[in-house]
Design a protein around this ligand. Structure first.
Ligand code: ARG
Length: 487
């Protein structure tokens, strides 16, 4: 349709190479809605007549309900829609739809509307998943478990504390997306090919009709920049990396060696040959798909880094990274949420794991510190206790007073007192004593849960408000379109 300056048609292979049509279906509806807003603005500013506007709008309404044929000569969805509008509305009217805009501002507009919706969906999914983690935290405030560093037992902790840790990481993801929404929600429409237009358009009015908060003002910036895409994908990659850590923890915890959790049957797979298998394939796929999302983010940055300002066709390829990223992120959050809701937490196994290790050591050392012994000396005493216990393959509580005596080299404390401290430093008591902010301490769990519940509520309200604003704008646009067509 656009090739009047060029001789002849593109051959089939070249068209296929050049065309983005197969990637464009995801933005087809946005393109139609964007064209409706543009057409109404052209009419309201007396750039086109009402009759022409009605013809264009009626054609666009029909296209909304139709299926696109896979066979088209169009290079992309923008050309495809415009050529159908011209066919339906006639050359005289249809040919006016593209007045004062370009595919360059058009494609940027469509991508922004798509990412804007995807961000809201992701924020909702994150809210749901965080809420589930908070419910688990609430339920498991007394479920004692070992905490690990280097995959070795480190300190006595609580299952609730672990769930709150995931929740806080996901809160940061939520906040990243939530803030990025503001930078995405700016309209590039009317920027034209790169330098704007002499036709008296009203950019603010199309922005408003499409539910944008404002304009991405500079027309060069509006058509060139895809940093909002890079930002969206970066946030997606970080979120997936956080989910991947949760997945890795859960894979380890669901081995028969750990058996801290058991995944519900419907969230596991089995083997074609080993009948006993219950594999955490879903979690493995979270890890696997994370790699893919990181790749998409890298592909976009690599694409952008070499480009000069102004639209360049390379930008077409950025879309290829966006759609699958949204799909992966949204579906990952949905399955992780369901998996969390249905898994079984083996409280007994978690508690037993403590007894098999020496994760109480630091609590004993801190007890000695509270008795006035310098930490370095306490560390040494408890280290020696653990060595003695470990050599005779028993727990610290099973050491006799005479054995305990061997650990005291500088008479900092009597063997009897040390023996008593070891006996009373139970995991339960340690978690009562743990007071520092954000720790595994009992009281901290209650405080953090209440605080995070309020936080999740605030994001929920904000996301709902944004979704409604977009919906109301689209509803208003539809009313305008319908009333013009009817008259
Ligand atoms: N299919 C193109 C894309 O997705 C649309 C913009 C084409 N603009 C142009 N001047 N060739 O990026």
């Amino acid at each position: 349709m656009y090739r009047s300056r060029l001789e002849g048609k593109l051959d089939e292979n070249t068209l296929e190479f050049l065309s983005s049509i197969s990637d464009d279906y995801e933005i087809a509806l946005y393109d139609i809605v964007g064209s409706q807003a543009h057409t109404i603005m052209l009419f309201e500013n007396e750039i086109i007549t009402k009759q022409d506007a009605v013809k264009i709008l009626s054609a666009l309404e029909k296209i909304k309900k139709e299926k696109f044929s896979a066979k088209t000569d169009a290079e992309d969805i923008h050309e495809a829609i415009e050529s159908i509008v011209i066919k339906k509305a006639g050359k005289d009217a249809g040919g006016k739809m593209h007045t004062a805009r370009s595919r360059n501002d058009q494609v940027a507009l469509d991508i922004r509307m798509k990412i804007r919706d995807d961000i809201n969906t992701i924020c909702f999914c994150l809210n749901e998943t965080i809420s589930t983690l908070l419910q688990l935290a609430e339920k498991h405030q007394n479920t004692i478990m070992p905490l690990y560093t280097h995959m070795q037992q480190a300190q006595v902790g609580l299952f609730s504390h672990f769930m709150l840790a995931y929740a806080d990481a996901l809160f940061r993801d939520l906040d990243r997306f939530y803030v990025a929404y503001g930078r995405t929600n700016e309209s590039p429409l009317g920027a034209g090919p790169v330098g704007g237009t002499s036709i008296p358009i009203d950019r603010q009015s199309t922005a408003k009709m499409l539910g944008f908060k404002g304009l991405i003002e500079n027309s060069i910036d509006a058509t060139t920049s895809r940093d909002f895409v890079a930002e969206y994908l970066a946030h997606a990659a970080i979120l997936m990396t956080n989910l991947s850590r949760l997945a890795e923890d859960f894979i380890i915890w669901s081995t028969s060696e750990f058996a801290f959790i058991e995944l519900a049957d419907k969230f596991t797979s089995t083997s074609s040959v080993m009948p006993q298998k219950k594999n955490p394939d879903i979690l493995e796929l979270i890890r696997g798909k994370t790699a893919q999302v990181i790749g998409y983010q890298l592909a976009v940055l690599s694409n952008l880094k070499g480009l000069p300002s102004g639209y360049n066709r390379d930008l077409q390829q950025t879309k290829v990274s966006i759609w699958p990223t949204s799909k992966i992120v949204i579906s990952s959050l949905i399955v992780v949420n369901s998996l969390l809701k249905t898994m079984n937490v083996n409280e007994k196994k978690l508690r037993q794991a403590i007894d098999g290790g020496y994760s109480i050591s630091l609590d004993i050392a801190e007890h000695l510190v509270r008795k006035g012994i310098p930490f370095r000396a306490s560390h040494k005493i408890v280290g020696q206790l653990v060595q003695l216990a470990s050599n005779s393959k028993k727990s610290l509580t099973r050491l006799s007073v005479t054995e305990v005596e061997k650990a005291i080299t500088n008479k900092e404390i009597s063997a009897k007192d040390l023996y008593k401290i070891i006996q009373i430093t139970t995991p339960e008591m340690s978690l009562q004593t743990r007071k520092s902010q954000g720790s595994s301490g009992k009281h901290e769990q209650q405080r953090m849960i209440a605080d995070r519940k309020r936080k999740v509520q605030a994001y929920m309200v904000g996301t709902t408000k944004r979704t409604n604003e977009v919906r109301q704008a689209f509803d208003g646009l539809e009313v305008k379109v319908k009333s013009l067509i009817k008259k």
